[in-house]
Design a protein around this ligand. Structure first.
Ligand SMILES: Cc1ncc(COP(=O)(O)O)c(C=O)c1O
Length: 381
């Protein structure tokens, strides 16, 4: 019997949520490719991982791509390969999934939180300089919801402060800034292929870089610190991807442009349907970026939680990404971080609401989402 598809909605909500926030786009080609690997008997990292890495670097137009077990591992290994370590500070935005800051801590370094631009939800390049100290080794920018950061301004501020720029591109495969692919700007960049991502391998990640020495270090760190078999240069981890995951990735990569195009079309439908609704704002997208709509996120300055409840009650799997700044999570509060540190982030946490935009939505489902938002907003106003 086929397994029930995961809807990525927690607990009892699953039975009343016919329109989930995410649904992986898995077709017969993906099933065939994974089955072939299973039949081959060669399951761990091998030919398929190499093929996926080659395809991914060609797609981005970057010299090196190394597959790993998750996006979190990709961030950690990327930072470690650059030499980020105990005593260093790394500037990150607090409006992100906790993994961005956690990866810095996994390297022994300390995250320093710089606030966001409330229009794009991405790190504000104007807030970086004031957070730079003589311990700062890198800035990690996060292309949140699939919307590219202001790369020109970020490159300028990092260059003048002589710190490295790293991209957390977990949510942004295929996105572009001024016609250039995200994941080609950072000294290293990290992607996630978690099951809800635009391109998925179930779990998985990729590190991209233009630097051969860093690529070599990444390969060593992901594989027990080995420079060759049973020659361990450093104490390290097993962060390898399997060939089963890579086979899925190879097939998904063939479809990523189409899948992202469908997301953009769905986003346009929602924006056309919702831009005139009072009391909410549709996503702001500057003309020089290609947003890949990992999430379609509206802002509801008053009554966001009421709208969320209404939508969930009416079968629309709307979600809040993210309800708290990372620095308000318990381990960070224990480290001494306090409310009030980044006001734009704290406001965004109270206002954002993500609506289903994934490529598996039908036209009828999209219309249901738009109507439910309009009806729900009438109840608030
Ligand atoms: C912005 C961001 N960074 C990092 C990660 C970590 O990726 P993973 O879940 O594959 O470890 C995610 C994934 O959810 C993410 O959204």
């Amino acid at each position: 019997m086929a397994a029930e598809p995961q809807s990525y909605i927690s607990g009892s909500d699953r039975n009343i949520m016919p329109i989930p926030i995410a649904r992986p786009a898995i077709g017969e080609e993906e099933i065939r490719a994974v089955t072939e690997v299973l039949r081959s008997g060669r399951l761990a990292q091998g030919e398929k991982v190499e093929q996926f890495e080659g395809g991914f670097s060609a797609y981005l137009g970057v010299k090196f791509a190394m597959a790993v077990s998750s996006g979190t591992a990709a961030l950690q290994i990327g930072l470690q390969s650059m030499g980020v370590r105990k005593g260093d500070e790394v500037i990150v935005p607090p409006f992100t999934f906790a993994a961005t800051a956690n990866a810095v801590i996994h390297c022994g370094a300390m995250p320093v939180f710089a606030d966001i631009d409330p229009r794009t939800f991405n790190i504000d390049p104007g807030k970086i300089q004031e957070n730079i100290t003589d311990k700062t080794s890198a800035v990690v920018c996060v292309h949140l919801y699939g919307q590219p950061c202001e790369m020109g301004a970020l490159e300028n501020v990092c260059r003048s402060a002589n710190v490295d720029l790293v991209e957390d591109a977990a949510q942004a495969v295929g996105a572009e800034y001024k016609g250039r692919k995200i994941g080609t700007f950072g000294k290293v960049s990290a992607f996630s292929f978690y099951a809800t991502k635009n391109l998925t391998t179930g779990e998985g990640g990729m590190i991209t870089t233009a630097h051969g020495d860093l690529a070599e270090k990444v390969r060593m760190i992901r594989n027990q610190g080995q420079s060759e078999q049973y020659k361990h240069e450093i104490i390290s981890y097993n962060f390898r991807m399997t060939d089963m995951q890579a086979a899925l990735g190879v097939e998904q990569l063939k479809r990523i442009e189409d899948l992202n195009k469908k997301r953009a079309e769905n986003a346009k439908f929602l924006t056309d349907a919702l831009s005139s609704v009072d009391g909410m704002e549709v996503p702001f997208v500057p003309g020089h970026v290609k947003h890949v709509f990992h999430q379609y996120t509206i802002k509801v300055p008053k009554g966001r939680d009421k709208l969320l409840e209404y939508l969930n009650k009416h079968g629309v799997g709307a979600r809040v990404y993210y309800p708290e700044p990372v620095y308000m999570q318990p381990p960070y509060v224990k480290m001494g971080f306090r409310k009030g540190l980044c006001p734009a982030t704290e406001e965004a946490c109270k206002q954002v609401l993500s609506l289903p935009v994934h490529p598996m939505l039908t036209q009828g489902e999209l219309e249901t989402v738009a109507k439910a938002v309009r009806d729900g907003m009438m109840g608030i106003g």
